[in-house]
Design a protein. Structure first.
Length: 421
């Protein structure tokens, strides 16, 4: 396996690259060189080379004054070549009860409720025993609001400990409610800070600015899927405290169109959303949070997840997590892993060796990924007892999304390989 990581450059035109690759290739460019079918020395493969015009090819990358070569591949041995364009990672989102469109929390079946989040993503620390966090609510007269408030507050408190400890949150939880929405007085803006329980209005509030008021605070246009909070104390007509730390993005002047107080609430629910995990190359793997819920006492409460009966096919609210394609962190891991095939690399020392670090995880970049797969059939005649098992070879070229350098490499290999890169 070989991994080439290109820079975000246009690249030198193929026709302008001479046999002195180091002098003529653009820094960060990846091209193909090959052996002509008629024999002779290896040369830069021209653009739109006809099928059969070269018997072998190999990739070469110019980075910081160094040429890195891939293995020599026989063209007829290539059985797969394709490009996967960048796909953004997705965080998991599940709903319990009201999801902004339908549903509610069923509090008629029990007095004790246990909500358990079972984490499925960690394949190292908890490969045989899943991490489970259980949250309990008891009341002789349970209500939807109190159940939602209890569960969401407990989850966020637990996850906040992860931030304090330096490992970060795995999930955040938000409350949702269905009711009659009313704008703030004087079309005021609202100052909110992630992790703070204080909200500050830009103008005095006299309507619905009281202890117990339910307030919906959005980060974009106000929608029923925006989270709600409950005012627990009022310091003045402009400053109030909400029941738990604000989970959204900090904003010093959130527009009035994104804020509503709610009354005549009929349905409550809550949402659990995965968060980006701590990543460190060769130490913390690039993963996305995966979880499922175990519910006790929730009766007929709807548990909304992809594939459930309440899930809309046209506008799904819940989502499964995905690592996507071409994330800088995954590319960096592939690059580091592949370096181990190119020579001695001692991973048993501290600090870990940096290895090759062309993948840009600082910005971070997003990458399109070109992949070639081939089988080395040069072993010779088949053994009469055991059939031949050719060695598989993989090569990945990771190119910053939409970078023109990918087009130049594709122009060399599309016709030659009968591919569409």
């Amino acid at each position: 396996m070989n991994v080439f990581v290109a820079k975000d450059v246009a690249g030198t035109a193929i026709a302008s690259i001479t046999s002195d690759l180091l002098a003529t290739m653009a820094d960060g460019q990846v091209i193909a060189v090959g052996t002509p079918a008629g024999g002779g020395a290896e040369q830069v493969i021209p653009a739109s080379s006809a099928l059969g015009s070269y018997t072998h090819f190999r990739l070469v990358e110019s980075q910081a004054g160094v040429l890195n070569y891939g293995p020599r591949i026989k063209v007829s041995d290539v059985y797969f070549a394709a490009t996967k364009t960048y796909v953004a990672p997705v965080e998991q989102v599940y709903y319990v009860g009201y999801n902004g469109t339908s549903g509610s929390l069923d509090v008629s079946q029990a007095n004790e409720f246990i909500f358990t989040i079972a984490y499925d993503h960690d394949d190292m620390m908890w490969s045989e025993q899943k991490l489970r966090n259980a949250y309990d609510y008891y009341s002789p007269a349970p209500t939807q609001q109190n159940l939602a408030m209890s569960m969401v507050s407990q989850i966020n408190y637990k996850e906040n400990l992860g931030s304090i400890n330096g490992t970060g949150k795995m999930v955040i939880a938000d409350m949702l409610a269905q009711g009659t929405a009313t704008a703030l007085d004087s079309t005021a803006t609202l100052a909110v800070t992630n992790g703070s329980t204080t909200i500050t209005a830009s103008a005095a509030q006299t309507t619905n600015w009281a202890v117990g008021t339910v307030i919906r605070i959005g980060s974009g246009s106000t929608a029923t899927t925006d989270p709600v909070y409950v005012i627990t104390s009022v310091a003045s007509t402009t400053v109030a405290t909400i029941n738990m730390p604000f989970q959204g993005a900090t904003n010093s002047a959130l527009a009035t169109g994104n804020i509503r107080t709610l009354s005549a609430i009929t349905n409550w629910g809550f949402r659990v959303t995965g968060q980006p995990l701590t990543w460190s190359k060769d130490f913390f793997k690039f993963m996305k949070v995966k979880f499922h819920f175990d519910l006790k006492g929730f009766g007929a409460t709807v548990y909304d997840r992809p594939g459930s009966l309440t899930q809309s096919a046209t506008a799904p609210l819940s989502k499964e997590s995905s690592k996507g394609i071409g994330s800088a962190y995954e590319v960096a891991e592939m690059e580091s892993f592949a370096a181990g095939f190119e020579g001695a690399l001692n991973r048993m020392v501290v600090p870990l060796p940096a290895g090759r670090t062309y993948a840009d995880t600082t910005t971070p970049k997003t990458y399109d990924v070109i992949v070639f797969e081939s089988a080395d059939n040069s072993i010779g005649s088949t053994n009469p007892v055991v059939s031949q098992a050719p060695m598989r070879v993989q090569q990945f070229v990771c190119v910053p999304a939409s970078a023109a350098v990918r087009t130049k490499l594709a122009s060399q290999l599309n016709t030659l390989l009968g591919a569409s890169l």
